[in-house]
Structure formats: structure tokens, C-alpha cells
Ligand binder design. Structure first.
Ligand code: ADP
Ligand code: MG
Length: 403
């Protein structure tokens, strides 16, 4: 099906992995509060890969970055701060190794028994990591027999531990990477049509490349959030004091023209929720037609009629890709459109009539708020990498895994 190697290919390429050293790139850039980890989702995502390799008898060395130490050792950004969380999630002891290459790593490998797990220091303590320096990558690769990348979230960076090393060792996608790539492929690379894309969020400027890529690939482009205001303004609607990038109205028109030519229907809201001040449940909140927004009002959510029509569009579709909330969902009642559309998408996915893939920091938060994240076919927590994939770019860390 796919053109990247997975752990299923280990037997053919490597043979028995007992006693072999697996260098496994994972995402341990965990949220912290006062020195302790507050969320272990990323460790849980890679646990199946780590345990599968360990249980097969490999010596597993985890590679990860943490924060932005800019090529210098910095004790406040040591990966060792995640050690307890990693051990908890894996239910195994993990040996911390304060280097990524050289004799200390070599000696540690000598101490590890088959099936043991080691955690290497923050790859970004060395300038060679972000520079993707070949010699640095060689130094890491020297201690491994093969490389497994399980960190899709870091795959948009061509760094030594995500790209350079993959060129030096037999390389495989880990289980989390495999799941992510398979889901994304089904959503946009080879989707079952008709395909709908929901693009929302604050600004057009941050998602121009996403919009331009999507209009050539999907049949329905649903634009919500603050970015819809720029498109409405481009169509001559007076958006009052809404968040709007007036300097991008020509760009918005060009995107709508491109969509027209490609046979992609662009859906903009025709009713909206407005208020004079941006606060929770402000007295001035009301719903109106987009042509009735007053000069002192701002559009903060898509209106209920538009949401119902958009739900009907989703019912005709087989595939959905979603990035960006439909309104300022953090503040009530401007979460209603996002919640309602998310519930429709979730119900269709649960009934197996829609493949739904969503991603983006605020999008994941919004879908959790709607209580439906578990019903989507796939939720990507990868942030930057997810957006670059939505832009249609090839991610260097993924390209390097291609067989
Ligand atoms: P993601 O992180 O999922 O990629 P974005 O960061 O692009 O999403 O956008 C999310 C932000 O957009 C949210 O903070 C939300 O409040 C804001 N937003 C959505 N609609 C509006 C609107 N109509 N006016 C102002 N801000 C909005
Ligand atoms: Mg965001």
C-alpha cells in the first residue's frame, strides 16, 4: 500500500533483531509545569513501537529533542526530565544516557541487556542536530544497527535525528508514524471523493499555502473562523470591526477563482454570530445575516443556519479534513458552530459514512471541548508537521523513510 518501510519489514531487512541496537526517534517534547510532565499523550503514542522492539529483543535507544537549547547543553532542558514519565507509561525501567554518541553511549549499550531501553540526551544540545550535519548524524548512527522514526510531529524538520540519520541506517516508520501516514494518505493524498475540507482559525495569512493546496484537491472548501471574514470582505461584505486582513482580499479572490476553475465549491457563512465586545456571553451578542453586521460589531462565530447547511454538505461527502475552529470557541457562546459541526462530523464518522481527519493545536482543543475527538477517524496532534502536510509539502523526515 504505502511506499515506506514499517516494523513489519524488520524481519526481511534486518533479520532477527535480538541484541541489535534500535535508534528510535520519538517525540518527548512534553508539556511541563514546574519540572514535572503534565501530559504524556506523546509517550503513549510511541509506547507500542518501543515495547514491540524491546519485546523482540532489541536494545532500544530513544532519541528526542526537548525545547530550544540552540546547540548548547542546558540543564533546564535535559531529556532526563521526562524519564519518570517515560518509565511510567512504558511500565519498564529506562536507563538515561547523557550523550547521543561516543564512548559513553557505547559503554551504556554494553551494560544494557537485550530488550532493555535507554534514553539519550536532548539531540538539540549539539549544533549538528538542527544543522543536519552529516558528521554528527554519523556519530549517532555509529552506535545503531537500524533506525526507527516514530515522531511525525518532528518530520517537517530536516534535522540529523529526523532526516540525516535515516540516510545512514536501514530505516523504518514506527507504529505511530505508520498510523499517522496511513490516516493522512486516506484523507488527502488518495481520498475517497467527495472530499470536504474545513479550514478555520484566526487568520488567512497563516494558512495561505493550505488554502491554495486544498482548492486543487477537494470538492468542498468550508471556510470559517476569523479567516472567513477576509473572504467575506473580498466579496464586498462589510464585516464591521471583525478580525479581517483587508490587505489580503485580492489573495482571497484569487483563491476563490482558482477554486472555481478546479470545480471546488467554497462555502462561506451567510449568517453569523456577532457582538460589540469580545467577552463571554456579552449582552450585545446576536445572530444576523452577513449583510447586516453593524460598523461596531464583530463576527465571532458562524451562524446556526450556515452550520446546518454545512452539516448537509458533510453528509454528501466521504472524506473530511479539518484544521481550525469555526469561531472564537474559547469564549462562550462563540463555540457553538464548532461544536455543532464537530458533532455532525463525529456522528457521520461513527456511522462509517465519513473518514474524518483533524489536526492543529487549537483544533484538537476545540474537538476535545466538543467531546467528540474520540469519534473522528484520526486526530493528529502534530501541529506544524500537520499544517505542512496540509500545504501539500513533502516532509523531509517522511521522505527519508521511503523505501
Ligand atoms: P489551529 O491551532 O488549530 O491551527 P488557529 O491557531 O489557526 O488554529 O486558530 C485558532 C484561533 O482562531 C482560536 O484562538 C480562535 O479563537 C480564533 N478564531 C476563530 N474564529 C475567530 C473569529 N471569528 N474572530 C477572532 N478569532 C477567531
Ligand atoms: Mg493555533
Amino acid at each position: 500500500m504505502s511506499n515506506f518501510r514499517t516494523l513489519d519489514d524488520l524481519g526481511t531487512v534486518i533479520g532477527d533483531v535480538t541484541g541489535k541496537v534500535a535508534l528510535v526517534r520519538v517525540d518527548l517534547n512534553l508539556p511541563m509545569d514546574g519540572g514535572s510532565v503534565t501530559d504524556t499523550t506523546r509517550v503513549q503514542a510511541s509506547a507500542p513501537t518501543i515495547l514491540e522492539l524491546a519485546d523482540a529483543g532489541a536494545k532500544v535507544l530513544l532519541l528526542a529533542h526537548f525545547g530550544r537549547p540552540r546547540g548548547e547543553r542546558n540543564s533546564t532542558m535535559s531529556v532526563s526530565m521526562t524519564l519518570d514519565a517515560v518509565e511510567d507509561v512504558l511500565g519498564r525501567e529506562v536507563m538515561f544516557i547523557p550523550e547521543v554518541q561516543g564512548p559513553v553511549v557505547e559503554q551504556s549499550i554494553g551494560i544494557l541487556r537485550n530488550g532493555d531501553i535507554g534514553l539519550l540526551e536532548n539531540t538539540r544540545f549539539w549544533p549538528g542536530e538542527e544543522a543536519n550535519d552529516e558528521e554528527f548524524a554519523r556519530g549517532i548512527a555509529a552506535n545503531g544497527d537500524f533506525y526507527v522514526n516514530d515522531a511525525f510531529s518532528a518530520a517537517h524538520r530536516a534535522h540529523a535525528s529526523t532526516e540525516g540519520i535515516a540516510k545512514l541506517l536501514p530505516s523504518f516508520a514506527g507504529r505511530a508514524m505508520e498510523k499517522e501516514l496511513t490516516a493522512l494518505e486516506a484523507a488527502l493524498d488518495k481520498p475517497e471523493p467527495p472530499v470536504a475540507a474545513v479550514v478555520g482559525g484566526a487568520k488567512v495569512s497563516s494558512k495561505l499555502a493550505v488554502l491554495e493546496n486544498l482548492v486543487g484537491k477537494v470538492q468542498h472548501l468550508i471556510i470559517g473562523g476569523g479567516m472567513a471574514n477576509t473572504f467575506l470582505a473580498a466579496r464586498g461584505v462589510d464585516v464591521g470591526k471583525s478580525l479581517c486582513e483587508h490587505d489580503l482580499t485580492d489573495t482571497a479572490n484569487a483563491i476563490m477563482d482558482k477554486a472555481d476553475h478546479a470545480g471546488c465549491t467554497v462555502h462561506l457563512p451567510y449568517d453569523v454570530v456577532v457582538a460589540k465586545d469580545f467577552a463571554a456571553n456579552p449582552p450585545s451578542v446576536r445572530t444576523c445575516n452577513v449583510h447586516e453586521v453593524a460598523a461596531d460589531e464583530m463576527i465571532l462565530d458562524v451562524g446556526p443556519q450556515a452550520v446546518e447547511a454545512l452539516g448537509d454538505v458533510l453528509k454528501t461527502c466521504k472524506t473530511l479534513v479539518w484544521n481550525g475552529p469555526m469561531g472564537a470557541f474559547e469564549t462562550e457562546p462563540f463555540d457553538e458552530a464548532t461544536v455543532a459541526l464537530a458533532k455532525t462530523a463525529a456522528a457521520l464518522s461513527k456511522a462509517d459514512s465519513l473518514i474524518s481527519v483533524a489536526g492543529g493545536g487549537d483544533t484538537v482543543a476545540a474537538l476535545n471541548h466538543a467531546g467528540v475527538a474520540g469519534d473522528f477517524s484520526y486526530i493528529s496532534t502534530a501541529g506544524g508537521a500537520f499544517l505542512e502536510w496540509m500545504e501539500g509539502r513533502e516532509l523531509p523526515g517522511v521522505a527519508a523513510l521511503k523505501a
